[in-house]
Design a protein around this ligand. Sequence first.
Ligand code: PGA
Ligand code: ZN
Length: 438
Amino acid sequence: MTAIKRVFGRRVWDSRGHPTVEVDVTLANGVVGRAIAPAGASRGTREAIDLRDGGRALRGKGVSRALASVNGPIAQAITGMDVADQSGIDRVILRLDPSALKETLGGNATVATSLAVLHAAAADAGKALWLHVSETTGFTPSLPLPEIQIFGGGAHAGRRVDIQDFMIMVPGADSFDEVMEITNEVYFAAGDIMASKGKMAGVADEGGWWPNFDSNEEALETLVSAIEKAGEKPGERVVISLDIAASEFCTDDCYRLALEDREMDNGAMIDMLGGWLDSYPIASIEDPLAEGDVEGTREFTRRFGDRVQIIGDDYLVTNAALVEQAQEDGACNAVLIKVNQAGTVTEGFDTFRKARSAGWGAIVSARSGETEDVSISHLATGLGGGQLKVGSFTRSERMVKWNECLRIQDALGVESFVGGAPLANTWWGKQSKKETAA
Ligand code: PGA
Ligand code: ZN
């Protein structure tokens, strides 16, 4: 065993310029593991609390209370423990804060510590993080299929449009490199179209083009044009993925699209999204209804679950019990895995297992507030979950994750890319299977 000798939290700064928590875990043999907590902007109400100081300084976003959790009770409790005992360490952290949402210690304190422990254990074993994750969880590693944002929206773009993420996936690519190449072409084609229409206005929070549109559907139409301008046939190698993030514009069962001055109940919302599924090559859709709209999410899944991947993000908040409940309810068929929503690595992995054991999709995901931390590239690969969502194709806090996958590819081999396998049960997978048979 290698004991943890020191746990130290420091304040660093994220991609939005806000403070966040970085933790160093130093072992008795001098090995160090380090991780940084990310931060969401469109957060689910049931995810682990991002503990902030409040008040006027730093817009209330100071992290001195979260750092006090790391450098006080957490450090005290886990110093001396065997770094390889990830679940034991996470259990001790949970015992320090048994509150449902980790409001005492702060989810930002717990996740940075838990991930730093994972990094230290991998370094101690002399293994890359993805390999350590694969070996300790028993999953076969593979390079994930990326979901990459072309237009940002919702809470990531001052609510300029209501829908949050207009993304592409390239399930028809033969390699991870090819996904990067095609994404580059589509991203810049979209920028050219915006510029030619006089609509270029920079980028949103996650690096996607600012959504200077007159309707939500105009973004979809522009995305299709961008795919075509990049020389691709929409729906063939390249498909569309949306994060509706519907909780952000739903109040009292009423969905309100501000851009179009339109109000809908969940039935009308489902019909509208169904219309989009008919008109555009969409293979994946996240949070189509609000986090509390169980009836709507069930109905959406009943109608479209055999055609598209339906991901619960705010709806499931990386919580194994909520995933189990949704599986019983017939709501969603995939889950977004954001370790900081759960608060510890062990809870994140448990949720991943719960999803995969029922044949669900599982998409390891970044937050809109990110840093140079590349843990998620390793988690997505090591868990062999098949999908990774990072944001767009500009800005280093995003590119660092894609670039890390390229380095992992060099170790793991080009053939370890999963390609379109995660979308096998969608219309895209069924169509491509038909084509292969013919
Ligand atoms: P967030 O959004 O990180 O701002 O919560 C990301 C997402 O909804 O997937
Ligand atoms: Zn989301």
